[in-house]
Ligand binder design. Structure first.
Ligand code: NAD
Length: 359
């Protein structure tokens, strides 16, 4: 039986995770078999044990097939030394579990197209998956530092570096993900200027030979940043390095205009993953039953698709979310001025009700 570690965390974490767990439980009588076990993480765990990522929580995450994560952080822990801060839990999990591939879908729901900063006719129909390499590139390459040069002036330097094996494994995630979607993969680099990018392009092109049914294209990162604004519908899956992905994934999420709607996944080489909404712990609205649980519910759908190979159930959840939006149900973050709003639990109820009818 597949095991899921459920780590609600801080702020709105417990409220939104509770709804995602209900949604998963609703699918059990319809044939979804899984075991869920919960553990504290982040500031909540620090308060209980003095450690934002206690050994028992890490052991549970290690033993699980997938992790459903809420969010961590809050002002009450901001003055702690860096290694005790809630955010260390997520960094620690990424490192310990070797989660190297970050997947962020940015989808525009027709009903929410007006929330985008772009014109509805440009963004409507946008459905792009951005895959960012998480553990290499200029963020981790050595040497790096600030030194004094021969002219006596300070200079800062970093090393952009990717080993062939690192490019190959993230490229595979890109191609495999494209197979689960519309079979188009765009690899983003800066091969006209950077050696690292030239190797990136060569290796991705080599890996493409194993995926003859996926249409591969290459794009320079500056052009990709423009094309996302000009015509985001042209993309299916984008795969790119750590720094370019950092920037492009934020750009793509903002195009949807609704932080409460966007899920994400961070995967290891064997398909195990950590699934979480892209937003934080929203301490300003915690405990008020107003947070939007849909990003977390959609993260649970990604978990079923990428770690449990249960694509049909994932689609059921995504379909249920579309159905509640089509019915006009809105939490306050996605409501237009004057529209009636519902709370976290009522939004969970609506998704559960939409799923209760076997599809
Ligand atoms: P945030 O994403 O928590 O909140 C930004 C704004 O969006 C707030 O106004 C909040 O109310 C709103 N918001 C966020 N999620 C929402 C939801 N589901 N429904 C409705 N509104 C929502 O970002 P922040 O305020 O910069 O950070 C708060 C805390 O979260 C900090 O401690 C930060 O370190 C932490 N954080 C954690 C993660 C993570 O756990 N992976 C990610 C980002 C930030």
């Amino acid at each position: 039986m597949k095991k899921i570690a459920v780590l609600p965390g801080d702020g709105i974490g417990a409220e939104i995770i509770a709804q995602a767990v209900r949604v998963l439980r609703t699918l059990e009588p319809q044939g979804l078999v899984l075991e869920m076990a919960e553990a504290p993480v982040g500031g909540t765990a620090y308060d209980l044990s003095g450690d934002p990522l206690p050994k028992a929580t890490l052991d549970l995450a290690r033993s699980a097939d997938a992790i459903l994560f809420g969010s961590v952080g809050g002002w009450q822990w901001d003055k702690l030394p860096r290694e005790k801060r809630p955010e260390q839990a997520i960094l620690g999990l990424r490192k310990e579990l070797k989660l190297f591939a970050n997947l962020r879908p940015a989808v525009i729901y027709p009903e929410l197209a007006a929330a985008s900063t772009l014109k509805a006719e440009v963004v409507s129909g946008m459905d792009v998956l951005i895959i960012r390499e998480l553990t290499g590139d200029i963020y981790f390459g050595q040497p790096r530092g600030i030194r004094t040069n021969a002219a006596g002036e300070r200079e800062g330097f970093d090393t952009m570096l990717y080993a062939e094996s690192e490019i190959r494994r993230i490229a595979r995630v890109g191609f495999e993900s494209a197979l689960k979607r519309n079979r188009r993969l765009c690899s983003v680099d800066k091969a006209n200027v950077l050696e690292t990018s030239q190797l990136w392009r060569d290796v991705v092109t080599e890996v493409a030979k194993d995926y003859p049914t996926v249409e591969l294209s290459h794009m320079y990162v500056d052009n990709a940043a423009m094309q996302l604004l000009r015509n985001p519908r042209q993309f299916d899956v984008i795969v790119t390095g750590n720094m370019f992905g950092d920037i492009l994934s934020d750009e793509a999420s903002m195009l949807t205009g609704s932080i409460g709607m966007l899920p994400s996944a961070s995967l290891d080489a064997n398909g195990k993953g950590l699934y979480e909404p892209i937003h934080g712990s929203a301490p300003d609205i915690a405990g008020k039953d107003v947070a939007n649980p849909l990003a977390t519910i959609l993260s649970a759908a990604m978990l079923l698709r990428y770690s449990l190979d249960q694509d049909a159930f994932a689609r059921r959840i995504e379909g249920a979310v579309s159905a509640v939006l089509a019915k006009g149900l809105r939490t306050s973050d996605i409501a237009e001025k004057g529209e009636p709003v519902i709370g976290t639990r009522a939004m969970g109820d609506a998704v559960v009700a939409a799923l209760a009818i076997p599809g």
